[in-house]
Write a protein that binds this ligand. Structure first.
Ligand code: ADP
Length: 796
């Protein structure tokens, strides 16, 4: 048992030893010396695979042994379950573990009984907003991959969340795990923590560049990997790793490319290399795996993946369904899949080391930048760090590719000899502060402007900045925005301006909405309320036609603008045959559009031809949209609005039972994206339903319409199938087949002729039994239905 370990629950030391931890790695030793097992705060900036997790475990387990409670914050949901499984091996020694995923708007009360809790930073933020009582009991918090505070989208949440946890609990032990970054000392200063910084790795990592016929490594060594004329450089390197046996085994490779499409085509190309090197056993197992992937989804993505997997090659990107991603990762760890072609997301994510990492693309298209942009040094180092499997490989190799001498030189300069960039806080930006200022006020962390600014003083931003005024300036802009939208009230009497969240402000904070999303949704819902109540302008507005008004806004001299009627009292009413008191239609498309245009919905881009298609759709369906439709002359706004319409139509297709593969084709997305959009829409519609109840004048019908639209998204079905699709194991396709066979409701399932049910379920007895059971049928057994009988019943 590692001699320096003490203060851990009984049995843990022995268990670690049994796992092969004979002694601590040097960075772990340094962490223990710095007091990580005695409650001291620590920043550990060390390379991938050098044992950061054990540092965290020492901190958490010793905290628990002292009667405390620990929180482990991960950057990705997929990592939350991986870490939970990992920590669950301590349950045998009386340490309980819980993971908090799922909906953002609950307080996760049950977690109060757990010793170690794993959650994403967004989830922790939300738990604080919802007043989870156990937050006060925490004595140790671990932040994994803390260098991601640098991320403009997610970094600020981590930053503010850590600041809140430390404010609630001044003695809190904070352990931050980081990749090697340029300024780990600043992170340590921010967190009042000791710093352990090291380049040590348990396995040698050789980094180099392949050009011509060899890889040149940083250490000056060389490896001949000659490429024949016309041969692909990547393929050659993958083959070379597979043909180089160490301990009787060839080495697997990870190939990093810059887009999903490239990941897919690379995987396809590499099947030539991997397929010819499989044993018969491997071939059989891979065939089974491919069948599983095919039967899970009928999209092109799934079938392309299955075709590649059958040959021992795979691709990995965010467009894959999470089940398939996990299958690929597992089979790679089991050495069945010999090569994964991945987008950079894999580098930051789960534990999939390989003997050889090939960074094929070091530039990536960047929309804001408007062209191809080189990856950060930190990113490339993270990718390279995936090379070398502890206990399996004698070394890891990371190879960048150059096809001319100049590029080779550049790659050495830019990446291999370079230090990673320093991380920089992205907090002082409006979108980030909008949500965090509201939540900070709503959950009582600050009740005055001064209090708010002094709270924000506990962030990395404040530690780093040399422009003191900027955070205050952005905060004031955000306060104005929140006040104008009635999310907070400000009172300027007396010394410091006081701040309180309004009722709706509290709701928005708890729902975890970006206040701008909430404002957009409230505005849309209000347009229905105003119209339905017959106040404001007359009925024409409810139909939302574009009526040409005079050139009155000065923005577009000589053009005039298209506005929604009702905004201008003098607007002529034209082309409407509705009575003035008609309530507006609230359709699923209108609601899907409403939630799709919020900043909480990830955008689909308009491709060529889309502008025409969706402009046309905009006019065709104009009566359905809630709130203002921007003028066609407001280029950027209109374009955004159309992009949201594209998302809304994708959701509508899903709710109309359009096949998944049709959808992926029509919108140019992967099956994982459909899932992502559907989940987000479900969450936003749930929030919209809550808001609809709070907005004055919105009647009950609207609330019901929102709920139905949400349920249709949840199951991906038309209205008549909602009841059936709600039965476990049924799903959208089976629901439709059952319905067509005359089994229309859950109640029907309890009464129906079993042969008919079995026929509709294509003779799958086990499935039929499970479904009947879930529908509450007394005797779900199919034993009394012979297959031949069911077949003939289905035929009639
Ligand atoms: P990181 O989180 O830094 O990327 P991990 O914590 O996942 O790295 O560690 C990589 C591997 O090293 C794990 O399989 C872990 O079990 C093993 N490991 C960690 N510490 C030790 C040690 N002191 N002795 C032997 N193996 C260790």
């Amino acid at each position: 048992q590692p001699s320096s370990l003490s203060g851990l629950p009984a049995g843990v030391g022995e268990a670690l030893e049994a796992e092969g931890v004979a002694e601590l790695y040097p960075p772990q030793e340094a962490a223990v010396e710095a007091g990580v097992a005695d409650g001291e705060s620590l920043v550990a900036a060390v390379p991938t695979a050098s044992g950061k997790t054990l540092i965290a475990e020492l901190a958490m387990l010793s905290a628990v042994e002292r009667g405390g409670k620990a929180l482990y914050i991960v950057p990705l949901r997929a990592l939350a379950s991986e870490k939970k499984t990992e920590f669950e091996r301590w349950e045998e020694f009386g340490v309980t573990v819980g993971v908090s995923t799922g909906n953002y708007d609950s307080d996760g009360e049950w977690l109060a009984t757990r010793d170690i809790i794993v959650a994403t930073s967004e989830k922790v933020d939300s738990l604080i907003r919802n007043g989870a009582p156990w937050i006060d009991d925490l004595t140790c918090v671990v932040s994994d991959e803390v260098h991601l505070v640098d991320d403009p989208n997610r970094g600020p949440t981590l930053e503010v969340t850590l600041a809140k946890l430390r404010k609630v609990n001044p003695g809190l032990q904070t352990v931050a795990l980081s990749a090697t970054v340029g300024n780990a000392d600043v992170i340590a200063e921010w967190l009042d923590a000791e710093l352990v910084e090291s380049d040590w790795r348990p396995i040698d990592l050789r980094m180099g560049v392949h050009f011509g016929n060899a890889v040149d490594f940083v250490d000056g060594s060389k490896r001949e990997v000659p490429v024949e004329r016309g041969e692909d450089q990547t393929a050659r390197l993958v083959a070379d790793a597979l043909d180089t046996e160490e301990d009787g085994q060839g080495g697997s490779s990870l190939v990093f490319v810059n887009s999903r499409r490239n990941a897919e085509s690379s995987a396809r190309k590499l099947t030539d290399v991997t397929g010819s090197r499989l044993t018969d056993d491997e071939r059989d197992t891979l065939r089974e795996l491919a069948d599983e992937i095919r039967s899970g989804s009928d999209t092109d993505t799934a079938s392309d993946l299955a075709d590649a997997v059958e040959q021992g090659s795979a691709f990995h990107h965010a467009g894959l369904r999470s089940e398939d991603r996990a299958r690929v990762e597992d089979a790679f760890r089991d050495r069945l899949i010999k090569c994964i072609s991945a987008t950079p997301t894999l580098a930051a994510g789960v534990n999939t080391p390989a003997r050889r990492v090939i960074v094929r693309d070091w530039r990536r298209y960047d929309g804001e930048f408007g062209g191809m942009k080189p990856l950060d040094v930190l990113e490339v180092h993270q990718m390279c760090g995936r090379a070398g499997r502890p206990g399996l490989d004698p070394y890891g190799e990371a190879v960048l590719l150059a096809n001319d001498a100049d590029t080779k030189e550049e790659l050495f300069e830019r990446y291999l000899w370079a230090d990673p960039e320093p991380v920089r806080s992205k907090l002082a930006a409006e979108p980030a502060l909008r949500t965090h200022v509201l939540a900070t006020v709503a959950s009582g962390f600050a009740s005055t402007r001064d209090g708010l600014l002094s709270f924000l003083d506990n962030t990395l931003y404040a530690t780093q900045t040399d422009d003191e005024g900027r955070l205050a300036a952005v905060t004031d802009t955000v306060l104005d925005y929140l006040a104008v939208n009635d999310f907070i009230e400000r009172d300027r009497d007396g010394g410091s301006e006081s701040l309180t969240a309004t009722g709706i402000g509290h709701t928005v904070s708890r729902l975890y909405l970006d206040p701008m999303s909430a404002a957009e949704m409230i505005d849309g819902l209000r347009s229905v309320a105003r119209d339905a109540a017959g106040t404001g302008a007359a009925a024409g507005e409810a139909t939302g036609e574009f009526v040409r008004t005079g050139d009155d806004d000065g923005d577009e001299p000589g053009f005039g603008t298209y506005t929604r009627p009702g905004e201008e009292d003098s607007v002529e009413q034209e082309g409407t045959d509705k009575e003035p008191t008609d309530p507006p239609e609230v359709t699923p498309l209108g609601l899907y559009h409403l939630v799709s245009r919020t900043p909480d919905m990830y955008e689909l881009y308009l491709k060529s031809g889309d502008r025409e298609t969706y402009t046309e759709l905009c006019y065709e369906r104009e009566t359905e949209f809630l709130g203002d439709v921007p003028s066609e002359y407001e280029d950027v706004r209109f374009e955004d609005w159309l992009a949201s319409l594209k998302t809304a139509r994708l959701l509508e297709d899903w709710a109309n039972e359009v096949d998944e593969d049709r959808i992926t084709e029509r919108y140019g997305v992967g099956p994982g994206d459909i899932r992502g959009k559907v989940d987000t829409a479900e969450w936003l519609l749930r929030a919209a339903e809550t808001l609809a109840r709070d907005v004055e004048g919105v009647d009950g019908d609207v609330v019901v319409a929102v709920r139905e639209a949400r349920k249709r998204i949840e199951y991906g079905v038309r209205e008549e199938l909602l009841d059936l699709a709600g039965v476990r194991n049924v799903g959208r396709k089976r629901a439709r087949r059952l319905y067509e066979a005359g089994v229309e409701t859950r109640a029907d399932l309890r009464e129906a002729d079993k042969a008919v049910v079995l026929g509709a379920l294509r003779g799958r007895e086990r499935t039929a039994e499970r479904i009947l059971e879930h529908a509450g049928r007394e005797d779900p057994s199919m034993d009394d239905v012979r297959p031949d009988k069911s077949a003939s019943a289905a035929a009639t």
